[in-house]
Ligand binder design. Sequence first.
Ligand SMILES: Nc1ncnc2c1ncn2[C@@H]1O[C@H](COP(=O)(O)OP(=O)(O)OP(=O)(O)O)[C@@H](O)[C@H]1O
Ligand SMILES: [Mg+2]
Length: 224
Amino acid sequence: MFHDLKLADLPEANCGVLRKSSNTRPTIWVIEKDGIRAVVKDFSRNRFLFRHIAGRFLIWREAKAYGRLAGIKGVPAFYGVIEGLALAVAEIPGRSLENLEKEVLLPFHFFDAMENLVNAIHQRGVAHCDLKRAPNTLLGADGMPYIVDWAASISKSEFCLPPLPMVFRRFILDDELAIIKLALRHCPDWVSPPKRARYHYRSRGERMIRVIRDRLRELLQKAV
Ligand SMILES: Nc1ncnc2c1ncn2[C@@H]1O[C@H](COP(=O)(O)OP(=O)(O)OP(=O)(O)O)[C@@H](O)[C@H]1O
Ligand SMILES: [Mg+2]
């Protein structure tokens, strides 16, 4: 279906450009082939060095993550990499969560589904790491959550040597906190008191960093 697709075929298969490329961002196309629609993230129009160093690396990382997450409902089906510079996944009809709260508030069951989805992802040994960005979560036309943009994700198998498992667990926690942050905006009733406490908890290390930062700020303010 999409396995023989070439970069040169994209303009012909194009149904609309979701986003044009910029210095550091790929073009996002919606394409249709044999009646099936896909979203293509394409670095082939970025500048030469960025395209071949960052672009290829990010596509390779994201493709690896899609491989690990295959079959999870809520992660778009992966259709393949195109010439190392682009990647095609199933189009999710719906919209992203960016600024959604200004129009509509997401219901309780959305957050149950989001929590189950993120747990399933973590069980495959993957942390998304960029869930706090609302555009990376989509509200499907079926009312369910879908997660895109796996370029920054990390996998447990890459974080197995001490102290890296601790770092991996911290990213898992970040994914979980991102759901709570979203729920506080849309559906505060979903956030139980233990979840709320977890969201506001600052470890000793984090508190120390904050104290140093605040002292430094005071000193700098006195100095100027
Ligand atoms: N499978 C999909 N179905 C529908 N829309 C999608 C899909 N994948 C991506 N999009 C849309 O395209 C946008 C950009 O996709 P993505 O986040 O993967 O690209 P990006 O280059 O990493 O963007 P950013 O730098 O803004 O995070 C998403 O916010 C979403 O609105
Ligand atoms: Mg994104």
